[in-house]
Write a protein that binds this ligand. Structure first.
Ligand code: ADP
Ligand code: MG
Length: 254
């Protein structure tokens, strides 16, 4: 058994909306180099937890560190530059942009503040070239390179999911958080998406993902964390979770 080596540790993370406690996580650790699944019924707080940890929503309480660095209160683009990213569904605005522009926009977090002055503008251009190279590498890896000048809105459901994944990799993250990466994808493409997810781990990345399909979850996860009504009610290896009555109750009781 490998020694624990958490890349992410969180404690006491809470978020309420009005009277509703959406997230109330006493303790959570994600081990480096694993594929960890976050599962639970609809409304369990999975997406909210993703938003909180990646700086796209504010906690009411709690603290967490990533690679030993405290991230509490850090805005999303800075969290991304620290190596922890979450995927976002293509918004309406993004669907009107080309595939390549989607990739370049995702790199903005890496460039950070706007620069002025001709020297800095030249540095910017250099950075932009590096971003284009990186974008094209990723588009090839996800077989989207021939679509680079297409409007993102013209992609199929599966290709959109690939683009969402590719976008998140523009900042060279060490941990990727995928929120329902298989949702709405043609079953024929599911295997290919799964292959991309395991490839991320094989490249040394840590993956935390939300998914509903039990076969998918059991097939690729090293560890499973079960969330219900904002709380972690169980965690363990796939075989332990499969036979856990609390987990079955949480799903059937939803
Ligand atoms: P999951 O992703 O597990 O389905 P969510 O994190 O989306 O669950 O939602 C958890 C709970 O918090 C739900 O009851 C949801 O309605 C509520 N919620 C999420 N975001 C907001 C928000 N911005 N305003 C009000 N309630 C929210
Ligand atoms: Mg969700």
């Amino acid at each position: 058994v490998a020694k624990p080596d958490p890349i992410l540790r969180a404690s006491g993370v809470r978020r309420s909306f009005g009277g509703l406690t959406a997230v109330d996580v006493e303790h959570l650790e994600v081990q480096r180099g694993t594929i960890t699944a976050l599962i639970g019924p609809n409304g369990a707080g999975k997406s909210t937890l993703f938003n909180l940890l990646t700086g796209f929503d504010r906690v009411d309480a709690g603290e967490w560190s990533f690679e030993g660095r405290r991230l509490n209160g850090m805005p999303g683009h800075k969290v991304a530059r620290n190596g922890m990213v979450r995927t976002f569904q293509l918004t309406k605005a993004l669907t009107r942009m080309t595939v390549l522009d989607n990739m370049l926009l995702a790199a903005q977090g890496q460039i950070g503040e706007r620069f002025f002055g001709s020297f800095l503008r030249w540095r910017w251009a250099e950075q932009e070239q590096a971003n284009v190279r990186r974008a094209m590498e990723l588009l090839e890896r996800f077989r989207l390179d021939t679509k680079k000048d297409d409007i993102a809105g013209s992609l199929s459901g599966g290709q959109r999911k690939l683009l969402e994944m590719a976008r998140s990799l523009m900042v060279n993250p060490s941990m990727v958080m995928l929120d329902e990466p298989m949702a709405g994808v043609n079953p024929a493409l599911v295997q290919s998406l799964l292959g991309h997810i395991t490839a991320l781990r094989d490249d040394g990345m840590t993956v935390l993902f939300v998914e509903h399909d039990m076969d998918v979850i059991m097939g690729i996860s090293d560890w499973i964390v079960v969330l219900a009504q904002g709380q972690v009610i169980a965690e363990g290896r796939p075989d332990d979770i499969r036979s856990n009555e609390q987990v079955i109750d949480a799903y059937l009781g939803a």
